[in-house]
Design a protein around this ligand. Sequence first.
Ligand code: EPZ
Length: 434
Amino acid sequence: MDKFVIRGGNPLVGTVRVSGAKNSALPCMAAAILTEEEITLENIPQVRDIDTERKLLASMGAEVDFGTVSSQHRTTISCRTLSDPVAKYEIVKTMRASSLVLGPLLARTGMARVAMPGGCAIGGRPIDLHIKGLEKMGATIIQEHGYLEARASRLKGAHLVFDKITVTGTEDLLMAAVLADGETVMENCAREPEVTDLAALLTAMGANIEGAGTSTIRVQGVSSLHRATYRINPDRIEAGTYLIAGAITRGDLTVAYCNPDHLRAVIAKLEEAGVRIDIPAADAVRVRPGNGLFATDISTEEYPGFPTDMQAQYMALATQAEGVSLIKENIFENRFMHVQELVRMGANIKVDGRTATVRGPAKLSAAAVMCSDLRASASLVLAALVADGESILDRVYHMDRGYERIEEKLRSVGAEIQRMGNVFAPRVPAAVAD
Ligand code: EPZ
């Protein structure tokens, strides 16, 4: 099982390039199911979840190019025939976002057999809102043996109101609606940029969508969709993670190929904490030290609020801030798995329900720590970058799910980080989804 060895203390200086957004690429790849023609996606990140999605689509009968060295950030998918519209548990258990194929399979083939994703490290991760919306559009869905069996002769347009804001729920039902008979109005939708990315691809494929990126999305169903080529937006969470890497090491780091507009809440919070932020170009953000690092409170919210996917990373920074920071996690019920590992490195953090109280600054000392989920892993990398000594991070396969070549990118701006592969270890068990 691969580990990272990180020696803390170096300020990060230079420029890192952000990859395409994993959470845009996943729904966009699933959208290929909606047409017989070829979909080409560019700026795809080379991360484990993307490979899992490629395997999932191929297992259903899609022709998927797995990216060659020259075109490793591009993928071409043709779902001319879907011989086996089943999302098998062996694949779904490693990536819960596989539920994103449910809506497209129903819309394209009238049937779907999708393993229930099950829970994961950060919470129960139900998909009841996906099911409720599809049933309102005329699908019959039964759950048995851990699978959803869904059928629909042809989905009908409907007026849907989400009980809770759900990102993949919005994406799943948007993909169901574009081929449905008639108009679908979806209210209380997620406004994340990943939803807007998906809507842009679907529109390029011939869909009729209004309001993506707002709480109300209106879709006029069409009879078929066609080929398209689409470039995925930059990953705002990867970008935010590197902004914090620059801030926590008191370096001078430019995060390039990102979209500052998608980072407004994170940038505002970093400035409130005393970090100096500049926007030197339309696709770049630069962080430098200000006159100190000060405690601030965060409360995770749906976009455009402070993202839950940045909570763990921000907590690492808060351990170095002067004062008491209150960190409230409103989206997931168990997203403090990083706390105990940070405490083992010397952080002063107390958790009470969904609120963590962080007292700083705390001198962090290097330790052997365990990664538990994608963003908790990022938090431990950030802490190790300032800890005194050499930290060992185990189970970094969690990182590999969503961060492309993070050790190379960090090394390129001065971090002392190495990946230690244990060549004699058995194949890494499929990572539990998060
Ligand atoms: C997406 O997950 C992201 N994953 C997550 O990123 C992200 O943390 C999350 O949105 C919130 O922003 C992908 O896009 C692949 P939700 P998703 O449905 O869609 C509840 C990462 O680190 N809910 O918006 O699964 C749910 O339990 C990952 O990259 C229901 O109750 O999250 C949660 O409390 C982690 N019923 C809340 O809604 C449902 O049917 C928001 O979940 C669906 C969701």
